[in-house]
Design a protein around this ligand. Structure first.
Ligand SMILES: [Zn+2]
Length: 329
């Protein structure tokens, strides 16, 4: 770990939120910590109808840039009384993996936010996912307010779009529109509309609580303290603006929209992709090109150009090894 980063960032990254919680309390905020790495912040006079925003980071333990960015946002906000205009929940996701600078310990936690987990049920991530699902359920289920969830990540590999987001197709069109506006404001270049099957944290909150939820990929994985946060300036400002205003201005810039043409499911250990792990996200592939082979199953590009996202042949059998998306007209 880089010795130059501040103690507060280091503490938040480790899921130790006691110190930042105390700062919020000292500024007059109402704070609770329902479990380790989870913090709820609101103002004492808040109306129950106030928008609820869940900000989660570190669902993949090696994706440290969003944790650092969030730490800076929280640090400034906590020092300023009366500045928060949303009901805020902060989640530091996979604490065990963060401590070991790993993506995960046993299984990818961002496949576990669903009831049916099959073989993925064993392992430390399943327990933590249960804890996060319970906390999110409590946060989102009481009173009638707008629910928001931004799950912040950094991608494993380079991308033709340095920043992009994934949302579920089941988010109602008006909410999706507002969400796209916020993403545009945050400098997010591409938006993938995905079918609801992957078991992601943002998928869970969208499906269960009608939240405007997005998995947001903010550049590439870096070590804690060595992330160039200037590249995340637009996203940091957009999050900060939301926290302090409680609403999302209509964005002028909108991300390019993609829909999922096919999911590449690894059905056996024979699964082979036609390209290697260095392939950039959103690399275009021409119609008819072989994408992957898995025993007798051959995955090919359909009638339109498809772009490959999240190619990862090393996932467990039964899981998604990549997505093929097409540009929406
Ligand atoms: Zn991630």
């Amino acid at each position: 770990m880089n010795p130059d980063i501040s103690d507060s960032v280091r503490a938040i990254a480790a899921g130790e939120l006691t110190q930042i919680a105390a700062c919020f309390v000292a500024s007059g905020y109402v704070v609770t910590q329902p479990a380790s790495g989870i913090l709820l912040v609101n103002t004492p006079d808040a109306a129950p109808s106030r928008a609820r925003l869940l900000l989660s980071v570190g669902v993949h333990g090696d994706e440290t840039a969003p944790i650092e960015m969030l730490a800076h946002i929280l640090h400034e906000l906590a020092a300023q009384p009366h500045s928060l205009r949303v009901n805020l929940m902060v989640v530091i996701g996979n604490l065990a993996a963060i401590r070991q600078s790993k993506r995960f310990i046993d299984v990818d936690m961002n496949r576990l936010f669903r009831e049916e987990r099959g073989v993925l049920q064993s392992g430390v991530e399943a327990q933590r996912a249960d804890e996060l699902m319970r906390a999110a359920s409590t946060f989102f289920s009481d009173a009638d307010a707008e629910n928001w969830h931004l799950d912040l990540h950094t991608a494993i590999r380079p991308s033709h779009y340095p920043t992009f987001a994934v949302i579920l197709a089941n988010i109602a069109a008006p909410r999706r529109n507002v969400l796209a506006g916020w993403l545009g404001q945050a400098g997010i270049g591409a938006l993938i509309i995905s079918p609801p099957s992957a078991g992601t944290f943002s998928g869970f909150t969208a499906t269960r609580y009608g939240a405007a939820s997005a998995t947001v990929e903010l550049g590439q994985v870096g070590a804690l303290g060595s992330n160039d946060l200037s590249r995340f300036g637009a996203a940091q400002q957009a999050i900060d603006g939301f926290l302090r205003s409680g609403h999302v201005p209509a964005g002028i810039e909108r991300p390019h929209v993609f829909t999922v043409a096919q999911e590449l499911i690894k059905r056996s250990d024979a699964f082979r992709m036609a390209f290697d792990a260095s392939t950039k996200n959103f690399t275009p592939m021409e119609p008819g090109t072989v994408i992957a082979e898995d025993g007798d199953t051959v995955y090919r590009v359909g009638p339109a150009t498809e772009y490959v996202v999240f190619p990862n042949p090393d996932v467990r059998v039964g899981l998604r090894a990549g997505l093929m998306v097409v540009r929406q007209a």
